[in-house]
Design a protein around this ligand. Structure first.
Ligand code: PLP
Length: 397
């Protein structure tokens, strides 16, 4: 194999959130848990990215940074090649992250007290952003039936039609349920948003993490009218494990929306990225495609291992959601335990693993566990063994 995704390398002692003992202690109550929570990868980034960062560090002048034509060419080339999207450079705005961008967009496009649509169970910082900006969460939950998730369009339209509903923060691919919405689904969503004047904040941070048989459709590709009513949020962070460099690509096709966004960005002085981020991003887009393909194949094997393991161990008592996109595996343990505190204690205290508990994504996630698959397979094997033993001891299942 060209890339060694099997290699286990300690990440502790380097201030890396996922494995830092003090973080694990603070968040999960013990410093030495096996860790599968926050969404970054344990894998080394593509080798050309390491080389480019070393070269940039050795140059040694780490002054203010601007995004140059080479950076834009790399990003625009990437979205054209991988996603068939003809995006324009003038649409681009920099932010250090997708979550900061959601906050800025809420400020730019909505008013205090407005209702903001989300689809729970969903990435919990959406709720934080909405509430911290003094807006109200307007939840149109996904339908969960026979272990599969779909969109309740009637409920979505009902919520969107409220006069106070002004924006929709959508996770696509959806974290944590792993759905990749189809063009048809997106068009229905887009039509509802246009009809009721709801601005679409399309968080597509997982857009490159697409599993066999599925395709990501960039929201703005629906057509000009839809594009002018949205912001598309991309980043190299999930795709190439660059979250620590803090750069995201906020694409705003409409000039008027851009003007509002720019005013907010100026208010908070968010202007230029750090020196290393564009170096890494540009190199990843230009030279990292082969690595990404290999990485996705590896992640999918980890997913299949878990799916098989769950079927053999618990039969239909543990339901593993289909993984269409993201590297996050979503498992329903409700038939074994639907008490969130008992399930959490079983994972943390018995199994000694750090997972994102389903309930943090909303009440619809109670009884679920989310597992980050982007790690060496040996860790996944160890995780499942620990979980099986702990669940057996705690719940007799
Ligand atoms: C759906 C979604 N949006 C945003 C983020 C984080 O974005 P950032 O670190 O760029 O703020 C994550 C990270 O897990 C995510 O899953």
């Amino acid at each position: 194999m060209k890339y060694n995704f099997d290699e286990v390398v300690s990440r502790a002692g380097r201030g890396q959130a996922k494995w830092e003992p003090f973080m694990l202690e603070n968040l999960f109550g013990a410093p030495d848990l096996l860790s599968f929570w926050v969404a970054d990868m344990d894998f080394q980034v593509p080798p050309p990215v390491v080389d480019a960062l070393v070269e940039a560090a050795q140059h040694g002048r780490i002054g203010y940074t601007g995004l140059d034509p080479a950076f834009f060419a790399a990003y625009l080339g990437w979205v054209k090649r991988r996603h068939n999207w003809d995006a324009k450079q003038e649409w681009f705005r920099y932010t250090p992250g997708v979550v900061p961008a959601i906050n800025l967009l809420l400020l730019a496009m909505t008013e205090e007290g407005d209702e903001i649509l989300i689809q729970r169970p969903v990435y919990y910082p959406f709720t934080n952003s909405i509430e911290k900006q003094h807006r109200t969460v307007h939840n149109a939950p996904l339908i969960y039936k026979d272990g599969a998730y779909s969109i309740d369009f009637e409920e979505l339209e009902r919520k969107a039609s409220s006069p106070k509903c002004t924006a929709f923060v959508m996770s696509n691919p959806h974290n944590p349920v792993g759905r990749v919405f189809t063009e048809e689904e997106l068009r229905k969503i887009g039509d509802i948003c246009l009809k009721h004047n709801v601005f679409m904040i399309s968080d597509e941070i997982h857009y490159d993490l697409i599993m066999p048989g599925h395709e990501h459709f960039v929201y703005a590709r629906l057509g000009e009218e839809y594009a002018k009513n949205c912001a598309v949020l991309h980043a190299p962070s999930k795709s190439f494990n660059l979250a620590g460099l803090q750069l995201s690509c906020i694409m705003i096709p409409d000039e008027g929306v851009r003007a509002k966004f720019d005013a907010i960005q100026l208010r908070y002085g968010i202007t230029s990225p750090n020196y290393f981020a564009p170096v890494a991003a540009r190199t990843a887009w230009n030279e990292g495609e082969d690595w990404l393909e290999a990485c996705l194949a590896y992640i999918y094997e980890n997913y299949k291992y878990i799916k098989d393991f769950c079927a053999k161990t618990w039969g239909d008592k543990a339901i593993v959601a289909d993984l269409e996109g993201t590297y996050l595996c979503w498992i329903d343990f409700n038939k074994i335990c639907s008490d969130k505190d008992k399930l959490e204690a079983c994972m943390r205290k018995q199994a000694k693993v750090a997972l994102d508990e389903g309930y943090i994504f909303g009440p619809e996630g109670v009884g679920f566990e989310r597992i980050n698959l982007a790690c060496p397979k040996s860790l996944i094997v160890e995780l499942m063994d620990r979980m099986a033993k702990a669940i057996q001891e705690t719940f007799g299942a």
